[in-house]
Write a protein that binds this ligand. Structure first.
Ligand code: ADE
Ligand code: ZN
Length: 326
């Protein structure tokens, strides 16, 4: 469509992307074959049909199972390279990607294997596709803070390759406070901080991520709506929200895209951005997310361009580079 072509031509940064969530069913089967890993599904189509979720946890169960086929450095490289090709085709010029080391180290895979494969693909993507990058190490919030501390220790030999730390996985019952100490240590080591908050969890988790974890962005954050004073604060401080529209409908945060609040938050002056979260599982990459909200919320091209500009405002690019894209 003309709008899709226009959106692909708009320079964009993607700031909320779990690299393990880009593992397409075809690659799951290819890697399962390579490593002789048995799968619970008979075919690529059967696996894709299973991507029908009730909530965050029902997705996470399949997402962690899918990641089990990632075994060596070449696998992490191939997954990341495939994502970067799709991002380039969508007009993404800068990526800040999450990885979940604990999903892999728990299976006996060295964190160096994970970081090495991802980083090699990012460096090639910069050279061959012109996509700049930052890497964000996420702690799994359903695990303990002690396990997050051990993960931070294991990552320290690679600290120059990691820009920041994040917090993901099951939100409810795992408030930001649980990770206060490890985030403070990450801050003292020079890592930037972000956290998933207000996806399924309450608006209070957004406040606590800001006040207790000292984050510079909120991942998702759509439930800020339940606290008008918080919405006003987010607007006044230009605290970015990395919103993922197709994720929110697939995981039933909203029953329908027409109910999504991103248009309202944009008009209220918030630094909201559009991202794909786990595109292999949620049915679309970043332009598909822009198209879905453009259609359901009747956003104008000026509003869509503003969302794209805000993705650079919210990014960790150096100011001189940021200015080239805004
Ligand atoms: N891990 C991968 N995607 C996630 C999401 N949307 N929320 C929490 N944890 C995640
Ligand atoms: Zn996410």
């Amino acid at each position: 469509s003309p709008l899709a072509a226009w959106l692909r031509g708009l320079p964009k940064a993607e700031l909320h992307l779990h690299i393990e969530g880009t593992l397409e069913p075809e690659m799951v089967f290819a890697l399962a074959d390579k490593h002789r890993v048995p799968l619970a599904y008979a075919s690529v189509d059967a696996l894709r049909r299973a991507y029908d979720f009730d909530d965050l946890q029902s997705f996470l169960d399949l997402y962690y199972a899918g990641a089990d086929v990632l075994r060596d450095e070449v696998d992490f490289h191939a997954m990341t390279a495939a994502y970067l090709r799709r991002a380039a085709a969508d007009g993404v010029v800068h990526v800040e990607i999450f990885f979940d080391p604990q999903t892999h180290t728990a299976r006996g895979i060295d964190i160096g294997t994970v970081i090495g494969g991802i980083h090699r693909a990012l460096v090639e993507g910069e050279r061959e596709l012109g996509i700049s990058h930052r890497l964000i190490l996420c702690f799994l919030r359903h695990l303990s803070e002690a396990e997050a501390e051990a993960t931070l220790d294991a990552a320290l030999p690679y600290r120059t390759l990691i820009a920041g730390v994040g917090l993901d996985s099951s939100e409810r019952g795992h408030p930001p406070q649980k990770f206060a100490r490890v985030f403070a240590r990450a801050a003292s080591l020079g890592f930037k901080r972000v956290a998933h908050a207000g996806e399924e969890g309450p608006a209070a988790y957004i406040r606590d991520a800001i006040d207790v974890l000292d984050v510079c962005r909120i991942d998702h954050g759509v439930r800020c709506d339940e606290d008008p004073a918080l919405v006003a604060q987010l607007a006044a401080t230009r605290m970015p929200l990395t919103v993922c529209p197709l994720s929110n409908t697939k995981l039933k945060v909203y029953a329908q895209m027409q109910q999504h609040n991103i248009g309202r938050l944009l008009r209220a002056g918030l630094c909201v951005t559009v991202n794909s979260d786990d595109p292999a599982y949620f049915g679309g990459y970043v332009v598909d997310n822009y198209l879905a909200i453009a259609d359901a919320l009747s956003l104008s091209r000026a509003e869509l361009a503003q969302l794209a500009r805000q993705s650079f405002e919210a990014s960790w690019l150096d100011d001189a580079v940021r200015q080239q894209w805004i």
